[in-house]
Design a protein around this ligand. Sequence first.
Ligand code: ADP
Ligand code: MG
Length: 233
Amino acid sequence: MIQIKDLHKSYHMGTNSLHVLKGINFDVKQGELVSIMGSSGSGKSTLLNILGMLDEADEGSYTLDNVPIKNLNEKIAANYRNKFLGFIFQSFNLINYKSALDNVALPLYYQGLPRKERVEKAMHYLDKVGLAPWSHHLPNELSGGQKQRVAIARALASDPKVLLADEPTGALDTKTSYEVMDLIQGINDEGKTILVVTHEHDIAQMTKRIVNLKDGVIIDDSVVEQVRASQYV
Ligand code: ADP
Ligand code: MG
């Protein structure tokens, strides 16, 4: 599903530059649940943003579902992004003046689906994350865990090939974090390919493979015995 080879990325600020990714190589197969672990500042979000086509690498190659991602014009890139990728963020990134339902339905609007279908699909995914009764509530009427569930429903609504989650439990308490990981594990059980960025070891243990990032390189990439979050919820 994902192949990256010798990826490099630097940030330039005036005369300073910061070499953040120094030759990253890895592949992710269809159906994997992988965590990218590393301390704060290790380049996890930089890597995820490149995988999410929100940013481009300086060097190296990236192939997503057999499509080489390089020098695409913004329109084609946006198309691939909408078709291939779903995003989940630490801060949920919901639109505050839209209901849970409308938040989930929004990507479907950009895909050109008629209103009736958008609403049906959005309700289906809200139901899947256990939030059907909350569909008409605004984000500020929901708990953190509920907001993240809405964001997960939104990410799923366009049936992406890959879900990219950047610290999805970073703003949640421990119990709520496990509930969200339980949901993510369930979505993976159904076959979805998911990458989770986290700096928390116990969250990484809930995936099936941990890729450890340090000083811009992968220092370890191992399959692990998945801890089921359900035992904590
Ligand atoms: P992580 O997600 O692992 O905490 P990031 O990928 O966000 O790490 O950042 C890696 C390094 O790159 C950090 O030192 C950060 O300050 C720097 N950085 C991230 N984004 C930018 C940017 N847009 N411009 C300049 N420096 C950046
Ligand atoms: Mg980050």
